[in-house]
Design a protein around this ligand. Structure first.
Ligand code: ATP
Ligand code: MG
Length: 332
């Protein structure tokens, strides 16, 4: 089986519906097809302003949501990034073969510093794509599922792998981007032209996986809709209804066309009521499983420790190879 790697940052109290439908649902499917490695990138989470008092809890809660959403620790490898020190160690070596200008061209860094100012941006944020390259290359995966926003970072990882192999000898697999099967893109419920994001302008635009189901239902029912009354998919003139149709289709497994046919002649309100119910039906069991896991943090930590050990089995071998190749004296 081909090996594949992916992760989502523990940078909020909960994953949101976009993370769930755009990423986690695909991960669950892929763990059957691939030798999947999923991790919680807590080292990436400290590259921006964050609260140290919350990080450990958010890391656990994120891992619990992976499992509650269907990640099976017996089918795949699930671990926390900082539990596998090889990530930081390889990142250092890769930093030393990354051009300063090359790193400066990463558009995500440029966007983030434009927003927040380069004085508050850390060197860690600057080097984030190099750590990401280390995350990937350590496991020599064939594939990495990436959204549009990570495409440039994956390209850097590929360049670094090729450069290292050329300079020091064949070491890394050059990873291919895995294009997800129309990975659902979910938009903000209040501003359906912007993607649903944890940094949403209004909390009403964002459904968190761990939201109280009643609140989640209310957010669906008060989602902005569009002029007119007809239920059809048109991102340009009906972004609100199109977003609700996308969510509905992803949660129900029906196609958008099928839903449009079903709702012909009916009103926006009907669609919202049914979708609200479906959201509650989906979230309730996930929340129960997540809370069950979080009620016994020691057991969850044991699962994560087992995952870290599995991951280190791969990562330590790659790093030893790298340290040899770059000429480090190995401890006797
Ligand atoms: P931020 O707003 O800080 O960028 P985020 O909510 O986009 O955070 P990420 O950690 O950047 O979350 O993304 C984790 C995963 O979730 C990625 O695979 C990303 O493509 C996916 N994802 C995030 N938001 C959405 C969305 N609105 N629709 C579909 N997929 C999404
Ligand atoms: Mg993002």
């Amino acid at each position: 089986r081909q090996r594949l790697l992916s992760g989502m940052q523990p940078s909020a109290d909960s994953l949101h519906l976009g993370n769930y439908l755009g990423a986690l649902v695909n991960w669950v499917r892929m763990q059957d097809e691939y030798e999947a490695i999923y991790f919680v990138p807590d080292m990436h989470a400290i590259t921006v302003d964050y609260d140290p008092a919350e990080l450990a809890t958010r890391t656990r809660v994120t891992a619990a949501q992976y499992i509650a959403g269907g990640i099976d620790v017996d089918k795949c490898t699930l671990f926390v990034q900082s539990h596998v020190p090889e990530h930081a160690e390889l990142a250092w070596v890769l930093n030393c073969i990354t051009g300063f200008g090359e790193a400066s061209r990463m558009t995500q860094f440029k966007d983030k510093t434009q927003k927040h100012g380069s004085d508050v941006a850390s060197v860690g944020l600057f080097a984030y794509p190099v750590l990401m390259a280390a995350d990937i290359l350590l496991y020599r995966p064939n594939g990495v599922p990436v959204g549009e926003d990570q495409r440039q970072h994956l390209e850097l990882a590929r360049n670094l792998a090729q450069r290292f192999n050329y300079r020091f000898g064949e070491t890394f697999v050059v990873p291919e981007p895995v294009i997800q099967k129309e990975g659902a893109k979910i938009y903000d419920l209040q501003l359906p032209t912007a993607k649903m994001s944890k940094s949403a302008e209004s909390p009403a635009g964002l459904i968190n996986i761990l939201d109280n189901p009643k609140q989640a239902a209310k957010k669906i029912k008060s989602a902005v809709t569009d002029a007119g009354t007809e239920i059809r998919f048109d991102r340009e003139t009906k972004p609100g209804i199109s977003n609700l149709l996308t969510i509905y289709a992803s949660l129900s497994g029906k196609s958008v066309e099928q839903l449009v046919a079903e709702y012909e002649g009916r009103m926006y309100g009907h669609l919202k009521v049914d979708l609200a119910e479906l959201v509650v039906e989906t979230l309730t069991p996930i929340q129960q499983r997540a809370h069950g896991l979080l009620d016994d943090p020691a057991e969850l930590d044991r699962l994560l420790a087992r995952g870290a050990e599995k991951a280190r089995g791969i990562a330590a071998a790659t790093l030893a190879d790298v340290y040899d190749k770059v000429g480090f004296l190995r401890p006797g």
